[in-house]
Design a protein around this ligand. Sequence first.
Ligand code: MV4
Length: 448
Amino acid sequence: MFDSILIANRGEIAARIIRTCKSIGVRTVAVYSEADASAPHVAAADEAVEIGPAHVTKSYLNQEAVLQAAADHDVDAIHPGYGLMSENPEFVRAVEDAGLVFIGPRPEVMELMGDKARARAFAEEAGVPVVPGSDGPVENADEAKKIAESLGYPVLVKASAGGGGIGMNLAANEKKLEKAIKTSIRRAESAFGDPTFYIEKYVENPRHVEIQVLADNDGHAVHFFERECSVQRRHQKVIEEAPSPASTRFDGLRDRMTKAALALVEASEYTNAGTVEFIVSPDGEFYFIEMNTRLQVEHPVTEMITGEDLVAWQLRIAAGESLSLAQEDLSIDGSAIECRIYAENPDKRFMPAPGNITEWIEPTGDGIRVDSGVTANTKVTPYYDPLIAKVIAHGESRMQAIERMKKALNEMTIGELTTNVPMHLAVLSKEQFVDGHVHTGWLETEYS
Ligand code: MV4
Protein backbone atom coordinates (compact mmCIF):
# COMPACT_ATOMS: atom_id res chain seq x y z
CA MET A 1 0.00 0.00 0.00
CA PHE A 2 1.06 3.61 -0.55
CA ASP A 3 2.69 5.54 2.29
CA SER A 4 1.09 8.76 1.14
CA ILE A 5 -1.17 10.21 -1.54
CA LEU A 6 -2.14 13.66 -2.77
CA ILE A 7 -5.82 14.42 -3.29
CA ALA A 8 -6.24 16.60 -6.38
CA ASN A 9 -9.71 17.78 -5.46
CA ARG A 10 -11.71 19.78 -2.91
CA GLY A 11 -14.97 19.76 -0.98
CA GLU A 12 -16.84 16.69 0.18
CA ILE A 13 -15.00 14.22 -2.07
CA ALA A 14 -11.55 15.33 -0.86
CA ALA A 15 -12.75 14.97 2.74
CA ARG A 16 -14.25 11.54 1.97
CA ILE A 17 -11.01 10.23 0.39
CA ILE A 18 -9.01 11.50 3.38
CA ARG A 19 -11.35 9.57 5.72
CA THR A 20 -10.50 6.28 4.06
CA CYS A 21 -6.78 7.11 4.03
CA LYS A 22 -6.88 7.71 7.79
CA SER A 23 -8.64 4.40 8.35
CA ILE A 24 -6.02 2.43 6.40
CA GLY A 25 -2.98 4.41 7.55
CA VAL A 26 -2.10 6.36 4.41
CA ARG A 27 -0.67 9.89 4.87
CA THR A 28 -2.65 12.56 2.98
CA VAL A 29 -1.66 15.75 1.25
CA ALA A 30 -4.47 18.16 0.37
CA VAL A 31 -4.23 20.96 -2.17
CA TYR A 32 -6.33 24.11 -1.95
CA SER A 33 -6.99 27.43 -3.63
CA GLU A 34 -6.83 30.84 -1.98
CA ALA A 35 -10.61 30.66 -1.53
CA ASP A 36 -10.40 27.31 0.31
CA ALA A 37 -7.76 28.09 2.97
CA SER A 38 -10.20 27.33 5.79
CA ALA A 39 -12.02 24.46 4.06
CA PRO A 40 -12.65 21.20 5.98
CA HIS A 41 -10.63 19.09 3.53
CA VAL A 42 -7.56 21.23 4.30
CA ALA A 43 -7.95 20.78 8.07
CA ALA A 44 -8.58 17.04 7.68
CA ALA A 45 -5.42 16.24 5.70
CA ASP A 46 -2.02 15.55 7.28
CA GLU A 47 -0.46 18.24 5.10
CA ALA A 48 -1.89 20.90 2.81
CA VAL A 49 -0.49 23.00 -0.01
CA GLU A 50 -1.91 26.19 -1.49
CA ILE A 51 -1.76 25.90 -5.27
CA GLY A 52 -3.22 29.15 -6.58
CA PRO A 53 -6.12 31.59 -6.90
CA ALA A 54 -9.80 30.72 -6.51
CA HIS A 55 -10.55 30.15 -10.19
CA VAL A 56 -10.24 26.38 -10.92
CA THR A 57 -8.10 26.88 -14.01
CA LYS A 58 -5.55 28.65 -11.81
CA SER A 59 -5.60 26.11 -8.94
CA TYR A 60 -7.35 22.72 -9.01
CA LEU A 61 -6.93 22.41 -12.80
CA ASN A 62 -3.34 23.66 -12.75
CA GLN A 63 -1.47 20.41 -13.48
CA GLU A 64 1.96 21.92 -12.92
CA ALA A 65 1.03 23.30 -9.49
CA VAL A 66 -0.54 20.00 -8.44
CA LEU A 67 2.48 17.97 -9.60
CA GLN A 68 4.85 20.42 -7.88
CA ALA A 69 2.93 19.95 -4.60
CA ALA A 70 3.16 16.17 -5.06
CA ALA A 71 6.93 16.37 -5.61
CA ASP A 72 7.51 18.76 -2.70
CA HIS A 73 5.56 16.50 -0.32
CA ASP A 74 6.99 13.24 -1.56
CA VAL A 75 3.75 11.37 -2.22
CA ASP A 76 3.45 8.01 -4.00
CA ALA A 77 0.17 8.54 -5.81
CA ILE A 78 -2.58 11.02 -6.74
CA HIS A 79 -6.32 10.52 -6.30
CA PRO A 80 -8.29 12.82 -8.63
CA GLY A 81 -11.74 12.44 -6.99
CA TYR A 82 -14.51 13.20 -9.50
CA GLY A 83 -14.79 16.07 -11.99
CA LEU A 84 -11.73 18.35 -12.40
CA MET A 85 -8.89 16.18 -13.84
CA SER A 86 -10.40 12.78 -13.01
CA GLU A 87 -11.14 11.84 -16.65
CA ASN A 88 -8.26 13.66 -18.32
CA PRO A 89 -5.87 11.16 -19.95
CA GLU A 90 -3.23 13.89 -20.42
CA PHE A 91 -3.16 14.41 -16.67
CA VAL A 92 -2.77 10.66 -16.10
CA ARG A 93 0.26 10.67 -18.43
CA ALA A 94 1.75 13.71 -16.68
CA VAL A 95 1.31 12.00 -13.28
CA GLU A 96 3.06 8.88 -14.57
CA ASP A 97 5.82 10.88 -16.25
CA ALA A 98 6.47 12.42 -12.84
CA GLY A 99 7.03 8.89 -11.49
CA LEU A 100 3.75 8.78 -9.55
CA VAL A 101 0.75 6.46 -9.62
CA PHE A 102 -2.61 7.74 -10.86
CA ILE A 103 -5.43 6.21 -8.79
CA GLY A 104 -7.80 5.31 -11.59
CA PRO A 105 -7.91 3.54 -14.96
CA ARG A 106 -5.33 3.60 -17.77
CA PRO A 107 -5.32 6.69 -20.05
CA GLU A 108 -6.07 4.57 -23.16
CA VAL A 109 -9.39 3.28 -21.80
CA MET A 110 -10.20 6.82 -20.59
CA GLU A 111 -9.73 8.01 -24.17
CA LEU A 112 -11.88 5.20 -25.55
CA MET A 113 -14.77 5.94 -23.19
CA GLY A 114 -14.35 9.71 -23.61
CA ASP A 115 -15.19 9.34 -27.29
CA LYS A 116 -18.88 8.43 -27.07
CA ALA A 117 -19.18 7.25 -30.69
CA ARG A 118 -16.13 5.00 -30.26
CA ALA A 119 -17.36 3.73 -26.90
CA ARG A 120 -20.74 2.90 -28.41
CA ALA A 121 -19.17 0.95 -31.29
CA PHE A 122 -16.84 -0.81 -28.86
CA ALA A 123 -19.71 -1.78 -26.56
CA GLU A 124 -21.74 -3.16 -29.46
CA GLU A 125 -18.73 -5.22 -30.56
CA ALA A 126 -18.46 -6.59 -27.00
CA GLY A 127 -22.08 -7.75 -27.15
CA VAL A 128 -23.45 -4.98 -24.95
CA PRO A 129 -26.89 -3.69 -26.05
CA VAL A 130 -26.80 -0.18 -27.55
CA VAL A 131 -29.71 1.95 -28.80
CA PRO A 132 -30.34 1.43 -32.53
CA GLY A 133 -28.33 4.12 -34.32
CA SER A 134 -25.50 5.02 -36.67
CA ASP A 135 -22.38 2.85 -36.98
CA GLY A 136 -20.00 5.40 -35.55
CA PRO A 137 -19.80 9.08 -36.55
CA VAL A 138 -22.09 10.51 -39.23
CA GLU A 139 -20.42 12.52 -42.03
CA ASN A 140 -23.12 15.00 -43.07
CA ALA A 141 -26.82 15.89 -43.06
CA ASP A 142 -27.60 13.71 -46.09
CA GLU A 143 -26.15 10.62 -44.46
CA ALA A 144 -27.97 11.57 -41.22
CA LYS A 145 -31.29 11.79 -43.08
CA LYS A 146 -30.88 8.29 -44.52
CA ILE A 147 -30.02 6.82 -41.12
CA ALA A 148 -32.85 8.66 -39.35
CA GLU A 149 -35.27 7.48 -42.03
CA SER A 150 -34.36 3.85 -41.41
CA LEU A 151 -34.41 4.25 -37.60
CA GLY A 152 -37.69 6.17 -37.59
CA TYR A 153 -38.21 9.48 -35.79
CA PRO A 154 -37.68 10.89 -33.20
CA VAL A 155 -33.88 10.62 -33.19
CA LEU A 156 -31.18 12.12 -30.99
CA VAL A 157 -28.13 13.83 -32.43
CA LYS A 158 -25.22 13.34 -30.02
CA ALA A 159 -21.74 14.85 -29.92
CA SER A 160 -18.97 12.22 -29.86
CA ALA A 161 -16.90 14.31 -27.49
CA GLY A 162 -19.99 15.01 -25.35
CA GLY A 163 -21.46 13.20 -22.42
CA GLY A 164 -23.69 14.47 -19.68
CA GLY A 165 -26.07 15.78 -22.33
CA ILE A 166 -23.77 18.40 -23.86
CA GLY A 167 -24.21 18.62 -27.62
CA MET A 168 -27.29 16.38 -27.54
CA ASN A 169 -30.30 17.48 -29.63
CA LEU A 170 -33.66 15.93 -30.39
CA ALA A 171 -35.12 15.82 -33.89
CA ALA A 172 -38.83 14.96 -33.95
CA ASN A 173 -38.98 14.74 -37.76
CA GLU A 174 -36.92 15.20 -40.92
CA LYS A 175 -37.66 18.94 -41.04
CA LYS A 176 -36.04 19.38 -37.61
CA LEU A 177 -33.03 17.17 -38.25
CA GLU A 178 -30.81 19.69 -40.01
CA LYS A 179 -31.22 22.24 -37.21
CA ALA A 180 -30.54 19.60 -34.52
CA ILE A 181 -27.31 18.65 -36.31
CA LYS A 182 -26.24 22.30 -36.63
CA THR A 183 -26.92 22.94 -32.94
CA SER A 184 -25.02 19.81 -31.85
CA ILE A 185 -22.05 20.69 -34.06
CA ARG A 186 -21.93 24.27 -32.76
CA ARG A 187 -22.11 23.18 -29.08
CA ALA A 188 -19.57 20.39 -29.54
CA GLU A 189 -17.18 22.64 -31.44
CA SER A 190 -17.26 25.34 -28.77
CA ALA A 191 -17.22 23.01 -25.74
CA PHE A 192 -14.74 20.39 -26.99
CA GLY A 193 -13.26 21.70 -30.24
CA ASP A 194 -14.59 18.57 -31.95
CA PRO A 195 -17.72 18.67 -34.19
CA THR A 196 -18.03 14.86 -34.61
CA PHE A 197 -21.59 13.60 -34.07
CA TYR A 198 -23.62 10.39 -34.28
CA ILE A 199 -27.30 9.47 -34.22
CA GLU A 200 -29.51 7.26 -32.05
CA LYS A 201 -33.17 6.42 -31.97
CA TYR A 202 -34.74 8.44 -29.14
CA VAL A 203 -35.85 6.37 -26.15
CA GLU A 204 -38.73 8.19 -24.47
CA ASN A 205 -38.99 8.56 -20.67
CA PRO A 206 -36.06 6.30 -19.81
CA ARG A 207 -34.69 5.57 -16.37
CA HIS A 208 -30.99 6.09 -15.72
CA VAL A 209 -29.56 2.93 -14.17
CA GLU A 210 -25.82 2.36 -13.79
CA ILE A 211 -23.58 -0.52 -12.71
CA GLN A 212 -20.61 0.01 -10.40
CA VAL A 213 -17.59 -2.07 -11.36
CA LEU A 214 -14.11 -2.65 -10.02
CA ALA A 215 -11.27 -4.45 -11.80
CA ASP A 216 -7.69 -5.20 -10.84
CA ASN A 217 -4.61 -5.28 -13.07
CA ASP A 218 -4.80 -9.08 -13.54
CA GLY A 219 -8.17 -9.05 -15.31
CA HIS A 220 -10.28 -9.91 -12.26
CA ALA A 221 -13.46 -7.84 -12.17
CA VAL A 222 -16.55 -7.66 -9.99
CA HIS A 223 -19.71 -5.56 -10.04
CA PHE A 224 -21.39 -3.88 -7.07
CA PHE A 225 -24.94 -4.05 -8.45
CA GLU A 226 -26.85 -1.04 -9.73
CA ARG A 227 -27.74 2.51 -8.79
CA GLU A 228 -30.81 4.35 -10.02
CA CYS A 229 -30.18 8.04 -10.82
CA SER A 230 -33.33 9.07 -12.65
CA VAL A 231 -34.17 12.00 -10.35
CA GLN A 232 -32.12 14.72 -12.02
CA ARG A 233 -32.39 18.23 -13.42
CA ARG A 234 -30.53 19.52 -16.49
CA HIS A 235 -28.33 16.39 -16.42
CA GLN A 236 -27.40 17.09 -12.81
CA LYS A 237 -28.32 14.17 -10.54
CA VAL A 238 -30.32 15.13 -7.43
CA ILE A 239 -31.36 11.85 -5.75
CA GLU A 240 -29.75 8.45 -6.28
CA GLU A 241 -30.53 5.07 -4.80
CA ALA A 242 -29.43 1.47 -4.68
CA PRO A 243 -30.80 -0.95 -5.60
CA SER A 244 -33.02 0.36 -8.43
CA PRO A 245 -36.79 -0.06 -8.10
CA ALA A 246 -36.63 -1.16 -11.77
CA SER A 247 -34.81 -4.33 -10.72
CA THR A 248 -37.86 -5.64 -8.85
CA ARG A 249 -40.16 -4.58 -11.67
CA PHE A 250 -38.31 -6.36 -14.50
CA ASP A 251 -37.34 -9.98 -14.09
CA GLY A 252 -33.68 -10.68 -14.82
CA LEU A 253 -32.85 -7.03 -15.56
CA ARG A 254 -30.10 -6.83 -12.93
CA ASP A 255 -28.54 -10.07 -14.06
CA ARG A 256 -28.46 -8.98 -17.71
CA MET A 257 -27.19 -5.48 -16.95
CA THR A 258 -24.39 -6.60 -14.63
CA LYS A 259 -23.29 -9.23 -17.18
CA ALA A 260 -23.23 -6.57 -19.92
CA ALA A 261 -21.22 -4.20 -17.71
CA LEU A 262 -18.64 -6.89 -16.94
CA ALA A 263 -18.41 -7.83 -20.64
CA LEU A 264 -17.47 -4.21 -21.39
CA VAL A 265 -14.92 -4.17 -18.56
CA GLU A 266 -13.33 -7.35 -19.85
CA ALA A 267 -13.28 -6.32 -23.52
CA SER A 268 -11.76 -2.90 -22.73
CA GLU A 269 -9.30 -4.30 -20.16
CA TYR A 270 -10.66 -1.72 -17.77
CA THR A 271 -8.96 -1.32 -14.38
CA ASN A 272 -9.86 0.34 -11.07
CA ALA A 273 -13.36 1.71 -10.30
CA GLY A 274 -15.78 2.61 -13.06
CA THR A 275 -19.46 2.96 -13.82
CA VAL A 276 -21.32 1.63 -16.84
CA GLU A 277 -24.32 3.83 -17.53
CA PHE A 278 -27.50 2.52 -19.15
CA ILE A 279 -30.91 3.86 -19.97
CA VAL A 280 -33.85 1.56 -19.26
CA SER A 281 -36.99 2.04 -21.36
CA PRO A 282 -40.46 1.94 -19.73
CA ASP A 283 -40.85 -1.61 -21.09
CA GLY A 284 -37.65 -2.83 -19.39
CA GLU A 285 -35.21 -2.82 -22.31
CA PHE A 286 -31.75 -1.51 -21.42
CA TYR A 287 -29.10 0.18 -23.56
CA PHE A 288 -25.50 1.23 -22.96
CA ILE A 289 -25.10 5.04 -22.92
CA GLU A 290 -21.57 5.72 -21.67
CA MET A 291 -18.91 4.58 -19.23
CA ASN A 292 -17.65 6.93 -16.53
CA THR A 293 -13.99 6.25 -15.80
CA ARG A 294 -13.93 7.65 -12.27
CA LEU A 295 -15.36 7.33 -8.77
CA GLN A 296 -18.82 8.88 -8.90
CA VAL A 297 -20.57 11.35 -6.63
CA GLU A 298 -23.24 8.76 -5.80
CA HIS A 299 -20.85 5.91 -4.84
CA PRO A 300 -21.96 6.03 -1.14
CA VAL A 301 -25.32 4.36 -1.82
CA THR A 302 -23.41 1.38 -3.22
CA GLU A 303 -21.13 1.37 -0.17
CA MET A 304 -24.14 1.42 2.16
CA ILE A 305 -25.84 -1.62 0.58
CA THR A 306 -22.65 -3.67 0.12
CA GLY A 307 -20.70 -2.65 3.23
CA GLU A 308 -17.59 -2.08 1.09
CA ASP A 309 -15.28 0.95 0.94
CA LEU A 310 -14.81 1.70 -2.77
CA VAL A 311 -12.03 4.23 -2.18
CA ALA A 312 -10.03 1.67 -0.19
CA TRP A 313 -10.40 -0.77 -3.11
CA GLN A 314 -9.29 1.93 -5.55
CA LEU A 315 -6.12 2.47 -3.54
CA ARG A 316 -5.35 -1.25 -3.20
CA ILE A 317 -5.79 -1.83 -6.94
CA ALA A 318 -3.70 1.23 -7.86
CA ALA A 319 -1.00 -0.03 -5.47
CA GLY A 320 -0.87 -3.25 -7.51
CA GLU A 321 -2.74 -5.56 -5.17
CA SER A 322 -4.99 -8.15 -6.76
CA LEU A 323 -8.66 -7.94 -5.93
CA SER A 324 -9.24 -10.27 -2.97
CA LEU A 325 -12.96 -10.15 -3.54
CA ALA A 326 -15.07 -12.67 -5.44
CA GLN A 327 -18.48 -11.83 -6.89
CA GLU A 328 -20.03 -14.30 -4.40
CA ASP A 329 -18.64 -12.21 -1.53
CA LEU A 330 -20.90 -9.33 -2.52
CA SER A 331 -24.59 -9.06 -1.74
CA ILE A 332 -27.25 -6.41 -1.34
CA ASP A 333 -28.19 -5.48 2.22
CA GLY A 334 -31.36 -3.39 2.28
CA SER A 335 -31.73 -0.13 0.43
CA ALA A 336 -29.94 3.24 0.39
CA ILE A 337 -30.86 6.72 -0.86
CA GLU A 338 -28.67 9.78 -1.35
CA CYS A 339 -29.93 13.38 -1.41
CA ARG A 340 -27.48 15.87 -2.90
CA ILE A 341 -27.61 19.12 -0.94
CA TYR A 342 -26.98 21.99 -3.33
CA ALA A 343 -26.67 25.70 -2.53
CA GLU A 344 -29.27 26.67 -5.11
CA ASN A 345 -32.39 28.77 -5.25
CA PRO A 346 -35.71 27.02 -6.06
CA ASP A 347 -37.28 30.42 -6.85
CA LYS A 348 -34.61 31.15 -9.46
CA ARG A 349 -34.87 27.97 -11.51
CA PHE A 350 -32.53 26.17 -9.08
CA MET A 351 -29.60 28.36 -10.08
CA PRO A 352 -26.53 28.30 -7.77
CA ALA A 353 -27.05 30.46 -4.65
CA PRO A 354 -23.65 31.21 -3.11
CA GLY A 355 -23.58 32.56 0.44
CA ASN A 356 -22.20 32.27 3.91
CA ILE A 357 -23.01 29.26 6.09
CA THR A 358 -23.66 30.75 9.53
CA GLU A 359 -24.87 27.54 11.14
CA TRP A 360 -24.21 23.92 10.20
CA ILE A 361 -25.54 20.94 12.13
CA GLU A 362 -25.38 17.53 10.45
CA PRO A 363 -28.03 14.92 11.15
CA THR A 364 -27.10 11.65 12.86
CA GLY A 365 -29.01 8.45 13.52
CA ASP A 366 -29.34 4.80 12.55
CA GLY A 367 -28.37 4.28 8.91
CA ILE A 368 -27.45 7.94 8.32
CA ARG A 369 -24.18 9.00 6.67
CA VAL A 370 -23.26 12.57 5.77
CA ASP A 371 -20.45 13.37 3.32
CA SER A 372 -19.91 17.12 3.54
CA GLY A 373 -17.31 19.63 2.41
CA VAL A 374 -18.43 22.58 4.49
CA THR A 375 -18.98 23.59 8.11
CA ALA A 376 -20.13 26.64 10.09
CA ASN A 377 -18.47 29.79 8.67
CA THR A 378 -17.74 28.23 5.27
CA LYS A 379 -18.36 30.62 2.37
CA VAL A 380 -19.99 28.93 -0.59
CA THR A 381 -18.42 30.77 -3.52
CA PRO A 382 -19.46 30.91 -7.19
CA TYR A 383 -16.10 29.42 -8.19
CA TYR A 384 -16.97 25.77 -7.58
CA ASP A 385 -19.77 23.25 -7.85
CA PRO A 386 -22.70 24.22 -5.56
CA LEU A 387 -22.82 20.65 -4.09
CA ILE A 388 -22.10 21.19 -0.39
CA ALA A 389 -23.04 17.84 1.15
CA LYS A 390 -24.64 14.48 0.54
CA VAL A 391 -27.01 12.88 3.02
CA ILE A 392 -27.22 9.12 2.65
CA ALA A 393 -29.84 6.99 4.39
CA HIS A 394 -29.72 3.21 4.61
CA GLY A 395 -32.56 0.97 5.76
CA GLU A 396 -33.67 -2.64 5.72
CA SER A 397 -36.28 -1.64 3.16
CA ARG A 398 -36.59 1.22 0.68
CA MET A 399 -39.45 2.63 2.75
CA GLN A 400 -37.32 2.63 5.89
CA ALA A 401 -34.51 4.39 4.00
CA ILE A 402 -36.97 7.06 2.80
CA GLU A 403 -38.34 7.58 6.33
CA ARG A 404 -34.83 7.84 7.80
CA MET A 405 -33.91 10.35 5.10
CA LYS A 406 -36.93 12.54 5.86
CA LYS A 407 -36.09 12.54 9.58
CA ALA A 408 -32.44 13.39 8.85
CA LEU A 409 -33.28 16.25 6.47
CA ASN A 410 -35.77 17.69 8.98
CA GLU A 411 -33.05 17.64 11.65
CA MET A 412 -30.35 19.15 9.46
CA THR A 413 -29.62 22.83 10.20
CA ILE A 414 -28.10 25.01 7.48
CA GLY A 415 -28.12 28.64 8.56
CA GLU A 416 -28.54 31.54 6.19
CA LEU A 417 -28.04 29.62 2.98
CA THR A 418 -30.65 28.83 0.34
CA THR A 419 -30.60 25.10 -0.46
CA ASN A 420 -32.68 22.41 -2.12
CA VAL A 421 -33.48 20.65 1.19
CA PRO A 422 -37.19 21.68 1.03
CA MET A 423 -37.41 20.25 -2.51
CA HIS A 424 -35.92 16.95 -1.30
CA LEU A 425 -38.53 16.70 1.45
CA ALA A 426 -41.30 17.35 -1.07
CA VAL A 427 -39.97 14.73 -3.50
CA LEU A 428 -39.57 12.12 -0.75
CA SER A 429 -43.33 12.39 -0.09
CA LYS A 430 -44.45 12.29 -3.73
CA GLU A 431 -46.46 9.21 -4.63
CA GLN A 432 -44.55 8.54 -7.88
CA PHE A 433 -41.23 8.69 -6.06
CA VAL A 434 -42.38 6.51 -3.17
CA ASP A 435 -43.71 3.98 -5.70
CA GLY A 436 -40.40 4.05 -7.60
CA HIS A 437 -42.15 5.23 -10.79
CA VAL A 438 -39.73 7.88 -11.98
CA HIS A 439 -37.84 8.61 -15.21
CA THR A 440 -35.19 11.13 -16.22
CA GLY A 441 -37.73 13.84 -17.12
CA TRP A 442 -39.87 13.44 -14.00
CA LEU A 443 -38.26 15.96 -11.62
CA GLU A 444 -38.35 18.78 -14.17
CA THR A 445 -42.05 18.31 -14.81
CA GLU A 446 -42.80 18.23 -11.06
CA TYR A 447 -40.41 20.97 -9.86
CA SER A 448 -39.03 23.53 -12.29
C1 MV4 B 1 -30.49 9.12 -24.56
C2 MV4 B 1 -31.82 9.33 -24.12
C3 MV4 B 1 -32.85 8.77 -24.87
N1 MV4 B 1 -32.55 8.06 -25.99
N2 MV4 B 1 -30.27 8.39 -25.67
C4 MV4 B 1 -28.43 12.20 -21.59
C5 MV4 B 1 -26.97 12.43 -21.32
C6 MV4 B 1 -26.23 11.25 -21.77
N3 MV4 B 1 -25.73 10.56 -20.61
C7 MV4 B 1 -27.22 10.43 -22.53
N4 MV4 B 1 -28.52 10.96 -22.29
C8 MV4 B 1 -29.63 10.43 -22.83
N5 MV4 B 1 -29.45 9.64 -23.92
C9 MV4 B 1 -31.28 7.90 -26.35
N6 MV4 B 1 -31.03 7.20 -27.47
C10 MV4 B 1 -32.02 10.10 -22.98
C11 MV4 B 1 -30.92 10.66 -22.33
C12 MV4 B 1 -31.22 11.46 -21.17
C13 MV4 B 1 -30.73 11.12 -19.93
C14 MV4 B 1 -29.96 9.99 -19.72
C15 MV4 B 1 -29.48 9.66 -18.48
C16 MV4 B 1 -29.78 10.48 -17.40
C17 MV4 B 1 -30.54 11.61 -17.58
C18 MV4 B 1 -31.01 11.95 -18.83
C19 MV4 B 1 -31.79 13.08 -18.99
C20 MV4 B 1 -32.27 13.42 -20.21
C21 MV4 B 1 -31.96 12.61 -21.31
